[in-house]
Design a protein around this ligand. Sequence first.
Ligand SMILES: Cc1cc2nc3c(=O)[nH]c(=O)nc-3n(C[C@H](O)[C@H](O)[C@H](O)COP(=O)(O)O)c2cc1C
Length: 389
Amino acid sequence: MDLSVSLGKVRLKNPIIISAGEHARDAETILRVASFGPGAITTKTITNTAIPDPHPCYAVFKGGFLNCMMGAVLNADQWFKNELPRASQAGVPIIANLAGTNPEETAELAIRAVEAGASMIELPTHCPHLAENLEEQFPGLKIPPPEINDPQPLYETVKAVRKAVSVPIIVKLSPIFHMSVLSWVKAGIDGGMDAVEVADALGPVMMIDIETGQPKLGGPRGFGGLSGQSLKPLTMAMTFQIAQNFDIPVIGCGGVETWKDAVEYFMAGASMVATYTVGHIKGPEAYSRIIKGLEEYLAQRNLSLEDIKGLAQRKVKERRQRNWHEITKGIPPVVLEEKCTACGICKTSCIYDAIEIDQYAMIDQERCYGCNLCVEVCPQQAIKSQYFV
Ligand SMILES: Cc1cc2nc3c(=O)[nH]c(=O)nc-3n(C[C@H](O)[C@H](O)[C@H](O)COP(=O)(O)O)c2cc1C
């Protein structure tokens, strides 16, 4: 099955991109990860002066991952002289993720990255824990607070990079922009970007070890960025909003752990999907499983990527046409008696006391609020929603 997609003149054999992280920390890791079949691989953020990471670097909780990484441990000279020329032999397009201290420096980095073999450029926007860690490492260095309200500097940077290189430019937004995401996308488009990725890790966030009282991550306050599953509902809504308002390829990123997550992003309107945390924790085989699962899902249903792309956008339009956009009266779901095992999970979570268990779950039509929580929690998919049918 053909899963290939294009971004400008760059052809990706499938729409699954490895997002910036430790799986692209040097040429060796890029070459290894390439063998797991992704459509493209994004480098760690390359800067002229490499900044050591605060330690410890990671913390986990159910559904989420915290990190306080600073960018590539190798500096730009090492990347452009050794790593990128070698990595570009992988047979997979390499996206160079770059950050200069001003638009001109970023443009200069972009020129050198393309000369060294990068097929595309990615520009990150906001790192949640960067400034305070930089200040610790370079005392006296005056760092302006990360720009979170004004998209103008982003516009200037994209414009400078656009002037400098002709390869596709991806702007990687931060999830903290979610309330004003459209103005950030507009700034990127006005500057000349070719695609937008949503999103980077969300922060600042922290976790504390209750045995010692120590913040779990290193650095002055143990602040970091959140990635993984818990990010997905936020970045999904950002993806949806952008696709609804702009005709620009969106790369959905945040919590893609399985092919199902990827399908969800495509339905929201994404043209491609990027993933990282799942491979970091479960190994790069996780990336192959996402690609294979997506392929099987489409093949079994005789669908193409284009068929599912933006399906949720079309459904939202349909809600209005059918007057489904403001249903305020609950409709009780239906129990599929042959599937129900009478486990009682639905009853426990029914806050309206509308479920009794006998041979199977029975829903009291008067008490039922029509909230659909029982549909969501049933492990057997034995309760069927009656909305939108
Ligand atoms: C350990 C780690 C390192 C990361 N390093 C970078 C980086 O150097 N540059 C960048 O733009 N994003 C970086 N990210 C963010 C990811 O590329 C990605 O946007 C984010 O983790 C959300 O996707 P995920 O939930 O699939 O991991 C990093 C994330 C993690 C967990």
